[in-house]
Write a protein that binds this ligand. Structure first.
Ligand code: M6R
Length: 610
């Protein structure tokens, strides 16, 4: 993962780099560093821990510079430590390099460099790149071409930025498999892993593609491929504003993003519902409708929370379109030689649009001739650009590591795709209109749930000391059980499992005693009576039960310890409502345990390594 940022211009870059790193900290936060080059000296400052620690160190030193790069790390090769933190440097400490990705052939490159007398101090794969570029620089190449030659020897993924004391007027950046964006300013330019680090300064950006390299000065940028072919890049206008990436008065991004959901799901459906025809209109799929409708099969591929959204999507698509649909973990899909044909449509879901496994799965499906659709949040992200067509979820920037508003927006987009296909199949106008009406009412219904925040906080108090949790649901609420369990474990470090409620009797029931909280998602649908029986089974074994139930339910409250009520909606839309109390529950438990909910240990927002 890792976040990278850089500046060249007339200003002092130190606060710009620190601010940028703070915005990129969601990508990794185990160590951080800056590399600065001045007219009279150059310096690297690194620290273990968060960017705030680095900031203190930098303040003590009171340095200024108008050329610099910064990095926040998520360790892959080598433990989090000052030595392993970036930037990495050449022997003379005149060349500084930051890297996001993995150099897969670093051991063989390292051996070759050691033979030449290069010495290594860190355990990282990245250090190899610093020395390899140094090697080509010493062959009298310019920095740009030294980086280019070095990258031609590299296998793996990278987003890199390099500065060199011998060429103080430039930053050289390159990309393969890890994102890299150039921010265009006036007599100053920026680079970063993503636009959130830049938007306080510029809205004009250039996205590098895989295999591209750029030389950036204060007034210009030139781009080529690493094979030295000229390319012309388009300048894009970013729509995200600074308000979208601040906490807006909330104590955590996660809470802000949970509370944002009435607005984010509204944005994800805005302008896309055509009531008169009971259908959705998705500009990003225009021209591909026939191929989608005639698909022999739909495959959905994703990771983590996005995979859970895909599972709900499978239920929707199979129920309403009649097209066989399956969901696959991207990490499994990419390596097991899946049987894919040109008659298949594969939908890749990713909030960040940068998840390495999902991106690799997409490339595999594309190679096999399938129609590849991207469902992403981050505009211009790798998965969005690599797909044949797609739909943005428009949830707005999601910064908390635990995905919340992206999940509900992904479900909205699956509802829209389902409507689009199903109306051309057997869904009647009236059924289409019913779904649209329910979608339009979601915003208000979500607000009703969010108003219960304090009640949920009180319930959370009762469960803070629990060591394990089971989450159970059936039908559309089974993926919600998985998602509720994932939310809890990733931010509160409490072990939690999600199961289809009926599976409980095939094993997990053995775990139930008076110490085991069981969260049931038990809203009224075709599985209701069965779930009530499952609740009785847990009750008979003295399990502690928290149930998410329908607003008008008068049965379950008597059987369980706590209930949270949610309004009823169309069954396929229920997960958009039932997941919200579970997001709040996980949030409050984690806060009460004193944990950092926005940056949970070992995790990063955007998983750009396999
Ligand atoms: O950006 P993506 O949607 O591709 O990310 C996939 C997972 O890494 C992500 O959903 C992860 O599971 C979240 N931390 C869950 O909250």
């Amino acid at each position: 993962m890792c976040g990278i940022v850089g500046y060249i211009g007339a200003k002092n870059c130190v606060p710009i780099l620190i601010e940028g790193l703070k915005r990129l900290e969601y990508r990794g936060y185990d160590s951080a560093g800056l590399g600065l080059i001045n007219s009279d000296h150059c310096e690297v400052i690194k620290n273990k821990g968060k960017v705030a620690e680095l900031e203190k160190l930098v303040h003590q030193k009171n340095i200024q510079s108008s050329l610099g790069i910064g990095h926040t790390r998520w360790a892959t090769h080598g433990e989090p430590s000052v030595i392993n933190a970036h930037p990495h440097v050449n022997k003379e400490k005149t060349l500084f390099l930051i890297h996001n990705g993995i150099i897969e052939n670093y051991l063989s490159l390292k051996k070759g460099l050691e033979v030449e007398g290069y010495q290594f101090v860190s355990e990282t794969d990245t250090e190899v790149l610093a020395h390899l570029i140094d090697h080509y620089l010493k062959l009298k190449n310019s920095l740009f071409h030294a980086v280019r030659y070095a990258l031609n020897e590299v296998e793996g993924t990278y987003g890199i930025a390099v500065i060199y004391n011998g060429e103080k007027d430039k930053i050289v950046v390159a990309k393969k498999g890890s994102p890299l964006v150039i921010g265009i300013g006036e007599n100053e330019n920026y680079i970063a892993s993503d636009v959130t680090a830049l938007i306080a300064y510029t809205k004009q950006v250039v996205y590098l593609e895989d295999g591209e390299i750029a030389e950036i000065t204060a007034n210009s940028f030139k781009t080529k491929t690493i094979l030295d072919e000229d390319i012309i890049k388009e300048i894009n206008q970013v729509e995200v504003g600074i308000d979208d990436i601040t906490k807006g008065g909330y104590p955590h991004f996660m809470l802000k993003e949970i509370m944002d959901q009435p607005g984010s799901i509204f944005n994800s459906m805005r302008g896309r519902l055509v009531f008169d025809e009971g259908i959705s209109k998705l500009g990003g799929l225009q021209g591909f409708e026939e191929r989608i409708l005639n698909s022999r099969r739909i495959i959905i591929s994703a990771c983590g929370t996005s995979w859970h959204a895909g599972l709900v999507g499978e239920y929707m698509l199979e129920q309403y379109t009649g097209i066989p649909t399956e969901v696959d973990y991207a990490s499994e899909f990419r390596y097991r030689n899946p049987i894919i044909t040109k008659d298949d449509t594969v939908i890749f879901i990713s909030q960040s649009g940068e998840t390495a496994d999902t991106l690799a799965a997409l490339k595999e499906a594309k190679k096999k001739g399938a129609l590849c659709l991207g469902v992403c949040n981050v505009v211009g992200s790798s998965i969005a650009r690599e797909s044949h067509a797609g739909v943005y979820i428009h949830a707005g920037p999601e910064i908390g590591v635990a995905s919340t508003k992206a999940f509900t927006a992904q479900l909205v987009v699956f509802s829209l795709i389902t409507l689009l296909i199903a109306r051309s199949k057997s869904l009647s106008l009236q059924q289409g209109q019913e779904i649209i009406c329910e979608m339009q009412n979601l915003t208000k219904k979500i607000e009703t749930i969010l108003k219960q925040n304090e009640i949920i906080e009180k319930i959370a108090e009762q469960y803070v000391d629990s060591k394990n949790f089971l989450y159970l649901g059936r039908g559309y609420n089974f993926p919600v059980a998985l998602e509720g369990a994932l939310k809890l474990k990733e931010i509160s470090y409490i072990h939690a499992e999600g199961y289809p409620a009926a599976e409980m009797k095939h094993g997990p029931i053995a775990l139930i005693d008076d110490n085991m909280p069981v969260v049931f998602i038990a809203t009224k649908d075709y599985t209701y009576d069965k779930v009530v029986s499952n609740i009785q089974e847990v009750r008979a074994r003295k399990g502690r039960i928290l149930a998410i139930i329908s607003e008008d339910d008068d049965q379950i409250e008597k059987m369980v310890d706590h209930v949270i009520r949610v309004p009823q909606t169309h069954s396929m839309l229920m997960p958009i409502l039932t997941v919200i109390p579970l997001q709040l529950l996980a949030y409050h438990i984690a806060v009460k345990k004193g944990l950092n909910v926005d940056q949970p240990r070992n995790l990063a927002k955007s998983v750009t390594v396999e």
